[in-house]
Design a protein around this ligand. Structure first.
Ligand code: GLC
Ligand code: CA
Length: 546
């Protein structure tokens, strides 16, 4: 496979609203990001994925765009954006823009026109249907609770919205819509961005009348066509958000012939702590063997064709230490083990803001302290259906998106140094202990663990390009695998739980072995009989003795 720059890159995701506020209005902004670029440089990342910064009424915090070629007032101006591009460029960091093109805001001029009349030139930019039996056209549901159809009295029809009512779905069957989106993309490409993250990309080929929501028959045609008209010959990083992809579909998206994208985000590993088929709010203990199977499958099936993205966290996910680790007794150990486990795999790693300093989930008592529309809609729906406040809050504590969206914890001053004003969302009360300043002051911190993992990936190409082989597949506690490239072998061994376990690696003795990184100071080199302590996670390098 031809080597690409984004295969050996590390991406850092910024949720601008919560990253750094430069002017005391309580909302993170572009100047705030610029002021922290040196921090990101110190961490060692190559690319920033910026969650949406475009004009938006913020019904879904920027994932509802009202102008694709202008900047949200709270975040700054186009001049600030250009400054961010040039300042990050100076530091060798590229910027990915978040392209939300499955839907717009209902305040986008296209939708304002579209709803005016049935024969408006923009009517077909969106998906309008007549009522059926005086009710919704069909049973399609919104991802944010309730029906996906909203009635508009003005013209007596329903429009489709798979997210909030203020996020009407674009009609990709309309070629004019597709061209508009290419124009937007080319506008940003001309500004010198490094690529795109594409929001719920798998939905653009929907056929609502046939109840087809994802993976529609024309999906890949649309992507290839978009590729040809925009980034196709530009060597950018493109990553699609594709919840329901299988490895087979992912090979198509990330086909090395470059006809579609660089890679996708798939989420199979994020669906293993819920009751199967019941959605994220129905909590279940992690299916650990399932997690290993899923990881193994994606690593193996995209080995020689296609490319994986690697992530535990993003702005829609809970914090990983709270989720799969142990934020109490083994906070440090589990945080570092999970990082090692992920960063040894084949693919492009993504770090979500705050992950690198070990930020955790938050528990606000009142629903009023939550901002996220998904949380609020679900809460109201469940209260109406007779759930108790306590039950609902348990789900929110475990899975709510605001877990990831509380302000970045920079120091132990009021509001964690995020803002001089009142933050738009409350800060996690643990900011006095968990913050950037503390991390930077402690050479043993989670931050330096991430930094070292990044350095190791740069140094040992087996981590970027080596083969993958799962070991101890059936074990209930250990996650272990090896990566092989020519004479070099990387072995990652992780205890996923808190009791001691024994790991035995056959054929360990005749090779020379060293530890690249561990979360314990005195990890053993005796791979033939290793006792792994709670959450111990070690990455070894083995070379044939000369
Ligand atoms: C994606 C985004 C999420 C957003 C949704 C609608 O899943 O990651 O934050 O709410 O799309 O745009
Ligand atoms: Ca601000």
């Amino acid at each position: 496979m031809e080597k690409k720059w984004w295969q050996s890159s590390i991406v850092y995701q910024i949720y601008p609203r919560s990253f750094m506020d430069s002017n005391g209005d309580g909302i993170g902004d572009l100047q705030g990001i610029i002021s922290k670029l040196d921090y990101l440089k110190e961490l060692g990342i190559d690319v920033i994925w910026l969650s949406p910064v475009f004009k938006s009424p913020n019904d879904d915090n920027g994932y509802d765009i009202s102008d694709y070629t202008d900047i949200m007032d709270e975040f700054g101006t186009m001049k600030d954006m250009e400054e961010l591009l040039s300042e990050s460029g100076k530091r060798g960091i590229k910027i990915l823009m978040d392209l939300v093109a499955n839907h717009t805001s209902d305040e986008h001029p296209w939708f304002i026109e579209s709803r005016k009349s049935k024969d408006n030139p923009y009517r077909d930019y969106y998906i309008w249907r007549d009522p059926v039996d005086d009710s919704v056209p069909n049973d399609l549901g919104s991802n944010f609770s309730g029906s996906a159809w909203e009635y508009d009295e003005l013209t007596g029809q329903y429009y489709l919205h798979f997210f909030s009512k203020k996020q009407p779905d674009l009609n990709w069957e309309n070629e004019k819509v597709r061209k508009e989106i290419w124009d937007v993309m080319n506008f940003w490409i001309d500004k010198g961005i490094g690529g795109f993250r594409m929001d719920v990309l798998e939905m653009i080929g929907k056929i609502p009348d046939e109840m087809i929501t994802v993976n529609g028959p024309k999906l890949h045609d649309y992507i290839r066509e978009m590729n040809r008209h925009t980034f196709g010959n530009k060597d950018l990083l493109t990553v699609g958000e594709c919840w329901s992809a299988t490895p087979e579909i992912a090979r198509q998206y990330s086909n090395p012939d470059g006809s579609e994208l660089s890679m996708i985000f798939q989420f199979e590993h994020c669906l293993l702590d819920e009751v199967p088929g019941k959605g994220k709010w129905e909590l279940a203990p992690l299916d650990f063997i399932g997690l290993k199977k899923v990881m193994n499958k994606w690593q193996t099936e995209l080995m020689n064709e296609g490319w994986n993205s690697l992530f535990w966290c993003n702005h829609d996910m809970p914090r990983i230490i709270s989720r799969f680790g142990n934020e109490k007794e083994y906070y440090m150990e589990s945080g570092k083990m999970l990082a090692t486990l992920l960063h040894g795999l084949k693919g492009t790693p993504y770090i979500y803001q705050g992950e690198e300093i070990g930020m955790t989930n938050v528990k606000f008592e009142s629903i009023e302290d939550y901002n996220d529309i998904e949380i609020r809609n679900m809460y109201n729906e469940r209260i109406a259906n007779g759930y108790s406040h306590e039950e609902i809050m348990e789900s929110i504590y475990a899975k709510g998106r605001d877990n990831a969206r509380t302000p970045m914890q920079w120091d132990d001053s009021e509001n964690g140094g995020f803002t001089a004003g009142r933050p738009w969302l409350k800060i996690n009360p643990n900011y006095k202990r968990i913050n950037v300043v503390n991390n930077l002051a402690d050479s043993n911190s989670i931050f330096y663990h991430y930094k070292k993992l990044i350095e190791i990936r740069r140094e040992y190409t087996a981590i970027v390009y080596g083969d993958f082989k799962m070991i101890y597949e059936e074990d209930d506690n250990i996650f272990a695998y090896e990566r092989n490239l020519n004479e070099e072998k990387i072995i990652v061994v992780c205890n996923f739980y808190e009791k001691d376990v024994i790991f035995k690696y056959p054929g360990a003795s005749d090779k020379s072995l060293n530890i690249l990184i561990s979360n314990y100071k005195d990890s053993s080199l005796d791979l033939s009989n290793l006792t792994l302590r709670p959450y111990e996670g070690i990455m070894y390098r083995m070379v044939n003795k000369e």
